[in-house]
Design a protein around this ligand. Sequence first.
Ligand code: SF4
Length: 100
Amino acid sequence: MDTEWMARGLCTNVPPSRFFPSDGAGVELARKICAECPVREPCLEHALEQRIDHGVWGGCSERERRRILKYRRAHQVDAGRDDGGRGDADSDVEQDAALS
Ligand code: SF4
């Protein structure tokens, strides 16, 4: 598992508690940091692959990640994508929002 990207995350300089919020306002604060992060995509994929079910990773909450995984299972998104199945976080979130 490649975790080299972790050292480049913007959260390395932020208290970890920021990424494990207890309410929606806290999720939004974390997401704002993630939105500017250069390793957002590998971060999100890591959380999805490892089935991490706590905290904000790659700009997505637990609930959003569950929806992405559900969407991928339902549509077998990983199988035929040109990007090798890594997915595009923004695209997945948009697809996820469309399912809501
Ligand atoms: S996307 Fe967010 S949680 Fe992931 S490394 Fe970047 S700042 Fe940290």
